[in-house]
Design a binder for this molecule. Sequence first.
Ligand code: BJW
Length: 250
Amino acid sequence: MSGAMDIPVSLATALRNARHVAVLTGAGISAESGVPTFRDSQTGLWARFRPEELATPEAFERNPQMVWEWYEWRRKLVGQARPNPGHYALARIEQHMPGFTLITQNVDGLHHAAGSRNVVEMHGNIMRNKCFEHGHAVDRPDDDPKPPRCPRCGGRVRPDVVWFGEMLPEHALQAALGAAGTCDVFLCVGTSTVVEPAASLPFTALARGACVVEINPAPTPLTSRASYVLTGPSGIILPRLVAAAWPPTG
Ligand code: BJW
């Protein structure tokens, strides 16, 4: 990618003429905001931590303090992060579209911070909490103990995110499936496209006949099937895609 000229005209036209655009984002879109991805070999969280020790209900039952403290550390990172040009470009696309659904696997809230409105959070939000036993929402947990206790039932408090082996929020799953099954253009941005059920969404869109665009510096299981592959960081490519579809006037 070296300039706006690198966006194929046929892609810019398809985006401009779309009635419904669906976007799936993953950790890569927030990498340029300083939030580590999961699976990148040098910087990814799981180059240093084992997911089965941290991102499962069993891990929390085994060692709730360690899991709670890992999430507190990540909350600090996310709390300092600001949206990057990739997040803002997606908010701009929404302003141009009659129908737009931004499906994110990210728990960092940066799409809302960038001004996106129709955001579906498939894996929850790291800034929210709920109790482990009954799912009661817990607004402001105490600092101690770690993890704190639910004021309603005394259960342990956990982050309101989706761990491996857990069901996704039903409303989010339905909204994501609905958007993938009805869109004309599907953008798959900054995800390794391996964690289900999110990873199936671009394939659902392909089966429906949508134009599926992958934006990622590295190949994924989608790369060989995508209609267009834009190789590079989303903070560079997405603003170029917007400029190609809706050229600045004057
Ligand atoms: C850039 C960039 C730049 C870098 N610009 N890009 C069917 C088959 C097999 C298994 C399953 C299945 N169905 C369900 C499962 C089990 C499991 C699963 O999928 N396992 C697979 C690993 C095989 N799924 C589940 O358990 C899900 N639950 C479920 O399906 O319930 C029903 C059920 C249960 C059990 C059995 C069967 C059915 C729940 C999944 C929950 C995932 N949770 C996590 C943690 C969230 C909380 C937290 O943040 O701590 O979600 S795991 C982690 O992975 C996180 C992410 O959202 C998710 C996806 O990762 P993502 O976003 O793709 O990040 P990376 O790091 O992998 O990739 C980053 C990408 O960015 C790379 O491609 C880079 O190249 C790129 N990049 N810089 C653009 N500047």
